[in-house]
Design a protein. Structure first.
Length: 319
């Protein structure tokens, strides 16, 4: 079935290509025919012997003067240029063009020239500590521009994030908040998973009690009786978040005691997260920065330094 579908797809794809190619050639030939016919056409003149089209309005006649020779010559040159272009470059179905030019090869050539130009700029940061790069004004300017290109869509122009997207200015990190950690995350991305824990906790009442206990850890408004009842059940959560709820930076388990919430800190939201779990993904930006190259790693270091500096961290932070 898959082979048949591919055959049909290829047929229509090639058919459309030939349709465009034939339409292009016919259009050019039509232009040649049009100029040939109109150049030979002669309309009868009026009683004064002046050629007209035969149309008149309010005793004003439309003259039939021949086209200027320079205009006709320019028209013919355009047609010749079109034919030469279609011979040299791809434009007629599967005809690759005698020069072998493609958009892909042109893009790769321009990117190679760009990389050769930019590599010396970023080489100086290759061995410099990221925390030191953060104090370099030139690097900060480049980092900011890269942030506005790659990061602003999720984390916002003010880097304060939104629901499901971490705030980068609050010193609260979902992993080790060092510059190297941020750079690795930028290059490789990050997959975060909290499994559904409702069944492990027991009944819906148990889930509500644990949710209240979680709120109590940060001093948020909660039902103290239910929180006390949920404290014992919190042991299920402690495997990742720790007995004190301060999280585990090594596995990216959030700190539940700082009143900073990625998805919202309301009782209903916490219960929903406990029951349904959560999955979140930060995509890898390594390929966008240049792939597995020295330039990509240099750009990632500069971008990581800028992100690290947004929180005003003066020492390696963790969360």
């Amino acid at each position: 079935m898959g082979t048949a579908q591919q055959t049909v797809t290829d047929f229509f794809s090639q058919g459309w290509g030939w349709f465009v190619a034939i339409g292009t050639v016919v259009s050019i030939l039509f232009c040649l025919l049009l100029i040939a016919v109109t150049a030979r056409q002669r309309l009868p003149g009026n009683e004064k012997g002046i050629a007209t089209t035969g149309h008149a309005w309010d005793e004003i006649e439309e003259l039939n003067n021949p086209l200027p020779r320079w205009w006709v010559g320019l028209f013919l040159i355009t047609i010749v240029f079109g034919l030469a272009y279609l011979y040299l470059f791809p434009g007629l179905s599967n005809h690759a063009g005698s020069l072998g030019w493609t958009q892909v090869s042109q893009y790769q050539k321009e990117m190679k020239r760009y990389d050769e130009t930019m590599l010396p700029i970023f080489e100086r940061y290759a061995t410099m500590p990221i925390e030191q790069i953060a104090s370099d004004k030139s690097a900060q300017g480049m980092g900011e521009r890269m942030y506005l290109t790659y990061c602003v869509q999720c984390h916002g122009s003010d880097a304060k994030g939104s629901v499901g997207f971490p705030n980068l200015v609050d010193k609260d990190w979902l992993g080790v908040g060092s510059g190297e950690y941020i750079m690795t995350t930028i290059l490789n991305g990050r997959q975060a998973v909290m499994p559904p824990m409702g069944a492990a906790l027991g009944t819906p009442a148990d889930v509500e009690n644990v949710a209240n206990y979680v709120l109590s850890l940060s001093g948020a408004a909660h039902d103290s009786l239910k929180a006390q009842m949920g404290k014992g059940k919190f042991g299920v959560c402690a495997a990742c978040h720790g007995n004190d709820g301060k999280g585990n930076v090594q596995i990216g388990a959030p700190n539940l005691s700082d009143n900073i919430w990625l998805y919202g800190g309301g009782i209903k939201t916490i219960q929903q997260v406990i029951v349904e779990g959560k999955q979140n993904n930060m995509p890898s930006f390594g390929s966008l920065l240049g792939g597995d190259t020295e330039l990509a790693r240099g750009k990632a270091r500069v971008l990581a330094a800028y992100v690290w500096s947004l929180s005003g961290t003066s020492a390696v932070a963790s969360r």
